[in-house]
Ligand binder design. Structure first.
Ligand SMILES: [Zn+2]
Length: 76
């Protein structure tokens, strides 16, 4: 299985449905995307996931933090 957003293979089952074996929630270790097994193919299938929201792991480094982390203040 691959993450639909960044296509990483580091995907874990985060939680299973508390009652019965109805669904599972998966967590991508790379981009922290989570999705449920019962969601449509436009969410679960990397090929059909909306390309505007795709992430490339190599670009994570360039993404800014929101909100920005202020520099540590030094005590003199
Ligand atoms: Zn991912």
């Amino acid at each position: 299985m691959k993450c639909p957003r960044c296509e990483s293979k580091f995907v874990n089952v985060m939680v299973k449905s508390p009652v019965g074996d109805v669904w599972e929630v998966y967590l991508c270790d790379t981009c922290k995307f989570t999705w449920r097994s019962t969601e449509g193919e436009n969410i679960t299938d990397p090929e059909q996931y909306d390309k505007r929201f795709k992430l490339n792991p190599e670009e994570f480094e360039k993404l800014g933090h929101i909100p920005p982390i202020p520099p540590l203040t030094k005590n003199k």
